[in-house]
Design a protein around this ligand. Structure first.
Ligand code: GDP
Length: 357
């Protein structure tokens, strides 16, 4: 009898149940998704196989330790093939036109034969159980483009956790041949800072005509931006966009020249009409030429890697500490003692950190 094609193999001598209930059927389904060997994953990813890339990212995002272990193996094997890309961060308040812009910009790039991956960092996705960023329905044209790959934000309990998964996904996308990685984020909390620390070029989208152009924008974000694009410069709004361009330009010139020696630029665009997109592409190319020439590009990536090494250590130390059963017990004891005025936060912390974990 021909052997049944299945990802699940019977073990000789182990009797199998005749039927499976709904729960175990679910489990089998999950099992199937991770049954491929690491070598199979790596070969397929390097060939640009999108289903395998997606599955590998699912492993990266999984909280299951076996999945994480395999994800780490895949990442390590993909690493020598990564790095050949430009990583672009895009931020701006909801409604500014991020997805419309990414769609227009992404299409512009794929029309040139480039391969574009769009990832998202949305710290609220764990709360909302699903992200609004990178939502496929918001980039209708790009999602059907065979040279584009769109992935919503991983869910996570901490921004650090979400960011780490995104960084690992970047490596996998690059190994799969994506030469442009776009990371979308929304101006919430620290997410821009985190995205800034994983990209080569950081672009802030803005709107014109909201009175004082600089109001309501965190100073730090303007400081981080390599370019500001005033979007929606259309439908009679062109003049306001020009005024905003001048104001932002003036503001940017107040900052000292960056280590990159790049003077941040302000451009206008209409994402919906695909106007100004080519100029933005050219500007980014100009930035890449400058920073590759003067060594800043590599230096920044190296610094980012060091930063991520340190922050991963921090995350994992914290996780190991708080997940340790004896620490958990001792911590709740210390909190009680604290409430009774029998200890101080400092003494309690010192005692807890003195324990093995
Ligand atoms: P996001 O929340 O930043 O991703 O913004 P969206 O891309 O979803 O856009 C929000 C709204 O602005 C949508 O109704 C878009 O059609 C509209 N929009 C986006 N870009 C432009 C543009 O360049 N011009 C105009 N007039 N509307 C735009």
């Amino acid at each position: 009898m021909a052997k049944k094609q299945s990802a699940i193999h019977e073990k000789e001598g182990v009797s199998q149940p005749e039927t499976t209930n709904q729960l175990s059927a679910e489990k089998i389904k999950q099992f199937r998704t991770v049954k491929n060997s690491t070598a199979e994953f790596v070969t397929n990813i390097l060939e640009g196989n999108i289903p395998f890339l997606s599955k590998a990212i699912t492993l990266v995002e999984s909280t299951n330790s076996k999945h994480q272990e395999q994800a780490n193996e895949i990442i390590e094997k993909c690493l020598p093939f990564a790095n050949n890309s430009v990583r672009i961060g895009i931020t701006g308040v909801p409604g500014v036109g991020k997805s419309t812009f990414i769609e227009a910009f992404g299409k512009h790039l794929t029309n040139q034969g480039k391969k574009v991956a769009v990832l998202a960092v949305d710290p609220s996705s764990s709360v909302n159980k699903g992200s609004i960023l990178g939502d496929k329905t918001r980039m209708e044209q790009l999602v059907t483009d065979k040279n584009a790959f769109i992935r919503p934000s991983p869910a996570g309990t901490s921004l650090g956790g979400v960011a780490q998964k995104t960084r690992e996904s970047i490596i996998l996308c690059e190994a799969a041949g994506f030469d442009t990685i776009i990371i979308e984020t929304v101006g919430v909390g620290q997410s821009e800072t985190v995205v800034h620390s994983m990209v080569d070029f950081f672009l802030l989208l803005q709107l014109a005509g909201a009175g004082d152009e600089l109001q309501g924008i965190k100073r730090g974000i303007i400081e981080m931006a390599d370019a500001i694009v005033i979007n929606k410069a259309d439908h009679g709004n062109e003049k306001n966009a020009k005024i905003a361009q001048i104001e932002f330009n003036r503001a940017l010139h107040l900052y000292p020249l960056k280590d990159s020696k790049w003077q941040p630029k302000v451009l206008t665009a209409s994402a919906i009409k695909s106007v100004g997109i080519d100029a933005i592409d050219k500007m980014i190319q100009e930035y890449l030429s400058l920073t590759k020439e003067n060594g800043y590009f590599q230096q920044k990536r190296h610094e980012q890697n060091t930063f991520w090494l340190l922050s991963t250590i921090e995350e994992q130390l914290k996780e190991r500490f708080y997940q340790n059963p004896s620490i958990k017990k001792a911590l709740s004891e210390e909190i009680k003692q604290l409430a009774n005025g029998k200890t101080t936060p400092f003494l309690a912390a010192k005692r807890l950190l003195g324990k093995e974990f």
